[in-house]
Design a protein around this ligand. Structure first.
Ligand SMILES: Cc1cc2nc3c(=O)[nH]c(=O)nc-3n(C[C@H](O)[C@H](O)[C@H](O)COP(=O)(O)O)c2cc1C
Length: 206
């Protein structure tokens, strides 16, 4: 089996982490590097990541995350946040992200035009825009979890939380948003059985 498929088989949504085991810092930094190098729509890299290590914050978060043990037991807790204002088509950030490609001024304007057209319906609805940036975070998170599994590091994606409460606890700036979280660490219990539909059930060729 390829290393990638082995990692896919190793990864599961880990519910109980070993509180005695910390991820070595170099390995955790390499997981963060996988976030940094993940792809995003138009290359906007809309994620801003908070690594929550503070015990008091973790305790407060747990109560707002369906009381899930992973929040306090994991070695590293990663919270993905986004900011609608940053990715709006008239934001200086967006222009800079296109300019860094070394394009001509004309090409940058063309990109901005395509981007603006694509984003127009999303910009008319804050929630749609927020969902678009959140989607990018999920790609990074998935890469990080699979990569972590190659290092025999467990993870649990976490969507089960009260968004407003979490944003208040983390003092997320007005207009910014928490997209999703991910706990990393080491399992205590054996891996749960991977239940999946068959290829036949999910793939259709036309
Ligand atoms: C985006 C996302 C959010 C999730 N949120 C939670 C969560 O809040 N708590 C939890 O225990 N599992 C969570 N899960 C784990 C799923 O329940 C799990 O991946 C699924 O049941 C398949 O099991 P497996 O990952 O162990 O193979 C989440 C998974 C994804 C992809």
């Amino acid at each position: 089996m390829s290393e990638f498929l082995e990692a896919m088989a190793f990864r599961h949504a880990c519910k109980r982490f070993d509180t005695e085991k910390q991820i070595p810092s170099e390995q955790f930094e390499s997981i963060l590097e996988v976030c940094r190098t993940s792809p995003s729509s138009f290359g906007m890299e809309p994620w801003r990541v908070i690594v929550v290590r503070n015990e008091k914050l973790r305790k407060a978060l747990k109560a707002s995350c369906w009381n899930q043990n992973q929040i306090i037991e994991c070695s590293e807790l990663v919270v993905f946040t986004t900011d609608n204002d940053t990715v709006r088509s008239d934001s200086p950030y967006v222009r800079k992200m296109f300019e860094r490609r070394g394009l001509s001024a004309e090409a940058v304007d063309t990109y901005l035009g395509v981007y603006g057209n694509y984003l127009k319906p999303l910009e008319e609805d804050e929630l749609l825009l927020e969902n678009w940036t959140a989607k990018q975070c999920y790609i990074a998170m998935a890469n990080m979890m699979t990569y972590a599994a190659t290092l025999k590091i467990d993870s649990c994606p976490i969507e089960g939380f009260d968004k407003e409460e979490v944003e208040a606890i983390l003092d997320i700036e007005y207009g910014c948003s928490v997209a999703v979280m991910c706990a990393f660490g080491y399992r205590v219990n054996p891996q749960s059985e991977q239940k999946r539909l068959t290829l036949k059930q999910i793939i259709e060729y036309r």
